[in-house]
Design a protein around this ligand. Structure first.
Ligand code: ATP
Length: 271
């Protein structure tokens, strides 16, 4: 499969703080690629570099980022959206005082097909699709976005990104802070969006969700790629299971418990 997104040797710093070092990854055309890692691993920084929003956070980087053969480095953030690369930031950032409908309208401003009749038709089709995916956004179109529940705000943040007609969605921890049922619902929607032809780069701390959705995954540790490979292989790897899926290595745990139980006897033993 041809690469939709190709990140090569990306390094990023915020002043003296080094956040990413020599990171390379690809998102194949039509695929879901996941990036896993704990707090501060550099996941959000990676998305900021791709969406060209690093400068808003006083960050700067080196390396190359290409999407569909176009070099994104050097473009402004709005041109990246127009090229079809749209980020859904962490933390359900909706315009709280604007209505749901106006939030979605704002998402359409970044469309590459402009505001002529063609663009208006495409926006109307995108709105119909968003309403089909998330009927609640049609039901609550005229309410302020700040009144929606956390899960509904995440739907709105996703819906707003879809209004821009993305070819690649950059998702920053879409399941963060959501109840398990809502997190599964969002994951299912990401699968549907991908099945309709949009490639996805998914950043997640929730490795269980990410590895089920993605075909390929990368593990970031302190700003570097520590592991990468097919998601199914990573999900089966002992290291990933132990560190990211919370699966305990039973033999090692048994040995530790036995050693602890033997300790008083051994401490009291004299030859
Ligand atoms: P989390 O899951 O906690 O959001 P993350 O994997 O997304 O973490 P980043 O937010 O990319 O990690 O942070 C990577 C490193 O860069 C961290 O050491 C963080 O403190 C630092 N960092 C992030 N943003 C800034 C900033 N605007 N200024 C200075 N340092 C920053």
């Amino acid at each position: 499969m041809a690469a939709a997104l190709e990140v090569s040797s990306l390094s990023v710093s915020y002043g003296p703080v080094r956040a990413l070092h020599d990171v390379s990854l690809t998102v194949p055309d039509g695929a879901i690629t996941a990036v896993l890692g704990g707090n501060g691993a550099g996941k959000t920084t990676l998305l900021r570099a791709i969406s060209r929003t690093l400068a808003f956070h006083r960050g700067a980087g080196t390396g190359s980022i290409r999407f569909g053969g176009i070099a994104l480095d050097g473009l402004g953030a709005a041109r990246v959206v127009a090229a079809g690369v749209v980020q859904v930031p962490e933390g359900r950032q909706v315009f709280a005082r604007m209505t749901v409908a106006d939030n979605l309208r704002a998402g359409a401003l970044g469309r590459r097909d402009g505001r002529g009749p063609g663009g208006r038709r495409a926006s109307a089709a995108a709105l119909a699709r968003v309403h089909a995916l998330f009927p609640v956004l049609a039901d609550r179109a005229h309410q302020r976005a700040g009144l929606l529940s956390g899960g509904e705000q995440q739907m709105l943040a996703l819906g707003r990104a879809l209004m821009a007609g993305p070819r690649l969605l950059l998702l920053d921890e879409p399941s963060l802070g959501l109840a398990p049922l809502m997190a599964r619902r969002i994951a299912q929607t990401v699968r549907e969006i991908n099945a309709a032809g949009t490639s996805v780069l998914l950043v997640e701390q929730n490795a269980a969700i990410a590895l089920r959705l993605a075909s390929t995954a990368y593990v970031l540790e302190v700003g570097e790629v520590a592991l990468h490979g097919p998601a199914a292989e990573l999900a089966a790897s002992d290291e990933v299971r132990r560190r990211y899926l919370g699966v305990v290595d039973e033999d090692a745990a048994n040995d530790a418990v036995r050693a602890e139980a033997d300790a008083p006897r051994l401490r009291g033993w004299t030859p």
